[in-house]
Write a protein that binds this ligand. Structure first.
Ligand code: SF4
Ligand code: SF4
Length: 369
């Protein structure tokens, strides 16, 4: 059963009185009003958060977190088509995407089962709009941008938003650049962030990762720390297929995210078809995060949370030499031997899941310069 976009927990801010506080919350990503003296929630922290989100906000015309509209491109397809074997076109898009700063790219077919049953209008929430048809755009290119490790270590704090927002901003700017490349080859393409269709099922189909207990996609290289967008297109491409790298088995033996979630929104048990409320997708056997509990926590702290990313053992910083060594020497071998409990004890003793104090983060970043 297709999901109604109006039931997305953010969209409920605009029509469900239970979440009316959410309107000011979502608007604060364009202009914040409330700040505190508490570190992580000061004017400086919110200024950084909103700077991270700015390109995503401007280019998606203020649609918070890119949830409503397809992102309009600045270019049009060239009249003359570049005709080549499908393998060459696929490889050219992959190469162009990497050159443009996109970390992961996968290809799959457009599947309307993953699309919302409606289109939500935040300025007129009672308006019933059909979803975009995307006629002839039978292929979907899924792009992912990894985000910085350190800001997320400060969560809960407004600093975390520079990661989340920075990821969406890069998905928007670099996604539009990739759309321009496809237009240059003479084909149609349109960028979609969280509007129009669910990103995670598309990313799984395109081989970008596996679904985790925390309700996020876990990528083999970047773990849960990246943001996803998609490009619907008519350029012929070969399709990737879902890849398993042991996430489900790991999650069956780990509950770092569920035990650290302050809202108790993440399930402890096995995947199931049970849902918590209308903001959850129906009819899919999976771990389902209680979106209401999660969003209430965000509203309480007045910014996004990412504790379930910070505490996930797949969250490592591969830019750091000793993290790379750890993953090579300890994380992966113990995982392959299925020594999950030992591995989780080592993770805790090293303190990978620990929060970094926001003030300390600002100081360490200043020191890096
Ligand atoms: S974002 Fe925070 S509140 Fe929401 S599920 Fe993750 S840990 Fe829980
Ligand atoms: S914290 Fe553990 S259970 Fe949660 S998503 Fe990560 S590996 Fe899975």
């Amino acid at each position: 059963m297709r999901f109604f976009s109006r039931n997305h927990i953010f969209h409920r801010s605009y029509w469900d009185s239970k979440y009316s506080k959410g309107v000011a919350f979502l608007r604060s990503y364009a202009r914040f009003r409330e700040t505190k003296s508490q570190q992580g929630f000061t004017q400086k922290d919110y200024a950084l958060r909103n700077a991270g989100w700015s390109m995503s906000m401007y280019l998606s015309r203020g649609a918070v977190h890119g949830y409503t509209d397809l992102i309009p491109s600045f270019s049009q397809p060239q009249e003359k088509k570049y005709v080549a074997p499908v393998e060459e076109l696929t490889s050219a898009i992959r190469t162009a995407g990497k050159k443009l700063g996109i970390h992961e790219i996968g290809f799959t077919k457009t599947n309307h089962e993953f699309h919302y049953a409606d289109k939500f209008d935040q300025y007129n929430p009672s308006r019933k709009l059909p979803p975009p048809k995307l006629e002839g755009l039978d292929n979907c290119i899924v792009i992912a941008v990894s985000v910085d490790y350190d800001p997320l270590k400060t969560t809960p704090s407004a600093i975390t938003g520079v990661d989340a927002g920075g990821g969406y901003s890069l998905c928007t700017t670099q996604g539009l650049s990739l759309v321009d490349f496809i237009h240059g080859l003479g084909y149609n393409a349109i960028l979609s962030l969280n509007d129009t269709a669910l990103c995670i099922p598309y990313a799984i189909e395109a081989g970008l990762g596996e679904y985790g207990r925390n309700g996020l996609l876990i990528n083999e290289t970047y773990g849960p720390r990246f943001r996803i967008a998609k490009i619907f297109t008519d350029i012929p491409v070969t399709h990737d297929s879902p890849k398993k790298h042991g996430v489900e088995e790991f999650c069956n033996n780990c509950n770092n995210c569920s035990s650290s979630c302050p809202a108790k929104a993440i399930p402890d048990g096995p995947p199931s078809v049970n849902i918590h409320n209308i903001s959850n997708i129906q009819g899919v056997k999976k771990w389902t995060v209680d979106a209401e509990k999660c969003y209430n926590f965000w509203l309480n702290i007045n910014t996004e949370c990412g504790i379930c990313i910070r505490t996930c053992p797949f969250n490592k910083d591969l830019d750091k030499f000793w993290h790379r060594m750890y993953v090579k020497i300890i994380f992966n071998p113990l995982r392959k031997l299925k020594l999950y409990k030992t591995l989780l004890k080592i993770e805790k003793s090293i303190g990978f899941d620990k929060r970094v104090k926001p003030k300390k983060w600002w100081e360490s970043e200043t020191f890096k310069k």
